[in-house]
Ligand binder design. Structure first.
Ligand SMILES: [Zn+2]
Length: 114
């Protein structure tokens, strides 16, 4: 069973699909198209690099600008290759390991897919 989204008008959880492409709320009689609900921001997140390429787990990326590490940890130089990235849903998008630095978090806007 799939779950239906709450009513956008009254937030009721008792919504259902009428079989004709609409969701229906029995409490306030609001109807809205199924398609719009599926395009909501809750849809699977797509990660893109600085050039707009779609990134996936395991990709190799190149750092496009010098990144200073917090706490005087050094600088990850522009052009550094980062292998086997893992995409995460936090303020930094990429978990990875960089030779000489160890585990790191990066932002997708500062990398380009190799
Ligand atoms: Zn409603």
């Amino acid at each position: 069973m799939s779950t239906f989204p709450p009513c956008p008008q009254c937030a009721s959880q008792l919504t259902y699909e009428d079989g004709m492409g609409n969701y229906v709320c029995p409490e306030c009689a609001h109807e809205w198209p199924v398609q719009a609900a599926e395009a909501a921001p809750e849809a699977a997140r797509v990660y893109r690099d600085s050039a707009g390429n779609v990134l996936q787990d395991g990709d190799t990326v190149t750092v496009i600008k010098d990144l200073k590490l917090k706490g005087g940890g050094g600088v990850v130089k522009q052009g550094t290759k980062v292998k086997n990235i893992r995409l995460v849903d936090s303020d930094h998008d990429i978990d990875c390991k960089i030779d000489g630095f160890g585990a790191m978090s990066l932002k997708t806007e500062f990398v380009k897919k190799s």
